[in-house]
Write a protein that binds this ligand. Structure first.
Ligand SMILES: Cc1cc2nc3c(=O)[nH]c(=O)nc-3n(C[C@H](O)[C@H](O)[C@H](O)COP(=O)(O)O)c2cc1C
Length: 332
């Protein structure tokens, strides 16, 4: 379509299909088109979890230890390295049992030394390790993966819905505190329900390296486990699937709490995630959030992760959109 006359012809042909309803207007931002040139050189980089990332995007915990997981993880690590993003592994539980799947998780050689790379375990596994006095195995895991620390997923509802799920013998807070006291760098997350103000407050008061929202409104592991269940006579009713907190609610809470807590807000890095349906919505939440943050997605990356070119285009599309947003949009 380089030729001007061809382009003018296309304009006439496509005008009919190019109508947009007023209802589709993005209400989150003011559009201010006169104050910036096109943003070729806008720098999106920032410090996050003690390292420098080139863009405020995060690949949230997903997989390992099954079929396509290796190729998915390797592709995710390749784009993270290429675009300078931080990423987390899915639950590393298989590595506590054997080294058979180690290569699924061995992404540091692809990612390089300089980007955030975090291991992941659930509360139930940590409870068992603490009970057996084997927390040193977490340290060994982190060292073996050359990870920066451990993301702990708190998932009592998922465990409850999961047909073969575990039960917590203690409150998750006790387990988290024990890991923190053992000087293991910790980020805490949910798995798609988010968490309420009391939990957020307590976690912000702990010397965590970060908090990931994993909020309600996207992938939901209660629903996922319920889908896996095939008993006609289940005692696991759907009701509990719908409790939780959206990313917006959680960001608002974090903002209130960080001013209330002042210097007692020890956790300063936030991964805004869970149901981030598009790049501008994530950017809006990121701009609203008073603490240092990046925007995480899981399913969004998974949708493109088996095809490296497609994944590259998805990440590049997010970054280019963010640059345009920085140049021309202002938070309403
Ligand atoms: C396929 C898949 C596997 C996941 N596995 C894990 C996991 O092992 N550990 C974890 O903490 N979260 C896991 N999650 C949850 C995500 O990290 C994230 O919190 C959740 O999916 C919400 O983000 P989303 O709405 O962008 O998908 C997984 C998500 C997906 C889609």
């Amino acid at each position: 379509m380089g030729n001007l006359s061809d382009r003018k012809y296309a304009h006439i042909q496509l005008a009919n299909d190019a109508q947009i309803e007023k209802d589709n207007l993005n209400q989150l931002f003011d559009y201010e088109p006169i104050f910036s040139a096109h943003p070729e050189s806008i720098d999106l980089s920032k410090e996050f979890l003690g390292k420098r990332v080139s863009a405020p995007l995060w690949i949230s915990s997903m997989t390992g230890g099954t079929g396509e997981a290796r190729i998915i993880n390797q592709n995710l690590a390749k784009v993270a390295a290429e675009f300078g993003l931080g990423m987390a592994l899915g639950s590393c539980r298989p590595l506590l049992e054997s080294d058979r799947d180690f290569e699924d998780f061995n992404l540091r050689p692809i990612l390089g030394k300089d980007l955030p790379f975090w291991a992941n375990l659930g509360i139930a596994q940590l409870e068992e390790l603490i009970e057996a006095n084997e927390l040193n195995r977490v340290r060994e895991l982190i060292t073996k993966l050359d990870a920066d620390g451990l993301i702990i997923h708190v998932n009592p509802l998922q465990e409850w819905f999961q047909p073969e799920g575990d039960t917590y013998k203690k409150p998750a807070l006790e387990t988290i505190e024990t890991v923190v006291v053992a000087q293991i760098p910790v980020v805490v997350k949910e798995v798609g329900q988010g968490m309420g103000p009391r939990s957020i407050k307590k976690l912000l008061e702990l010397p965590l390296k970060g908090l990931e929202l994993a909020s309600f409104g996207g992938t939901n592991f209660s629903k996922l486990e319920k889908l896996r269940e095939n008993s006609k006579y289940s005692s696991k009713l759907h009701d509990l699937m719908f409790v939780g907190h959206t990313a917006l609610e959680m960001v608002d809470q974090i903002n209130l709490l960080q001013s209330e807590l002042g210097d007692n807000c020890l956790c300063r890095d936030i991964i805004i995630s869970g149901g981030i349906s598009d790049t501008l919505y994530g950017h809006w939440l990121s701009e609203k959030c008073a603490l240092n943050n990046v925007v995480g997605r899981a399913k969004g990356y998974l949708d493109h992760a088996t095809d490296l070119e497609e994944l590259r285009a998805f990440v590049s599309g997010q970054i280019e959109t963010l640059k345009m947003a920085k140049a021309f949009l202002k938070l309403r």
